[in-house]
Design a binder for this molecule. Structure first.
Ligand code: ZN
Length: 139
């Protein structure tokens, strides 16, 4: 068994491209030995954001304090969340988190211990760049 206090876990700055004013504390992480689930606490300051993204694993989220909005970039929807709200984000569903100028929050996030890579969600319809050779008159 492992027991620790949140205050004893150092926050790290979330440095994904597009992330703003967000830190996380890995409360229970893979070095602790979980088979299935890890638990993190995210803290968002005013005007904070995680970039819209999706991944092949789900989130379960619990708002400990404050308020924020969870976004659905495909639909263009934003849902306000406040202390005590929970959200389930299924695998593959694009999402992001934002706080307004007067908002801050702390939330608990549970995720699988083994996580495939996170994919950025692009709001543009333009085709992504590929590394493959350009189509041309090569023979
Ligand atoms: Zn996510």
């Amino acid at each position: 068994m492992k027991i620790r206090h949140t205050d004893d876990v150092s926050p790290v700055i979330v440095r994904e491209p597009g992330a703003k004013n967000v830190t996380l504390r890995r409360l229970i992480d893979t070095p602790d030995g979980p088979d299935r689930f890890v638990m993190s606490m995210f803290e968002m300051e005013p005007n904070g954001a995680t970039p819209p993204h999706y991944h092949d694993w789900e989130h379960e989220l619990y708002v400990l304090s404050g308020s924020l909005r969870i976004t659905q970039p495909v639909e263009g929807h934003e849902h306000p969340l406040r202390q005590g709200d929970v959200a389930f984000i299924p695998r593959g569903e694009p999402h992001g988190l934002v706080t307004g100028p007067d908002e801050h929050c702390r939330l608990l996030l549970v995720a699988p211990a083994e996580r495939p890579p996170v994919n950025s969600f692009f709001l543009s319809d333009e085709a992504p760049q590929h590394d493959s050779a350009p189509s041309g008159a090569e023979r």
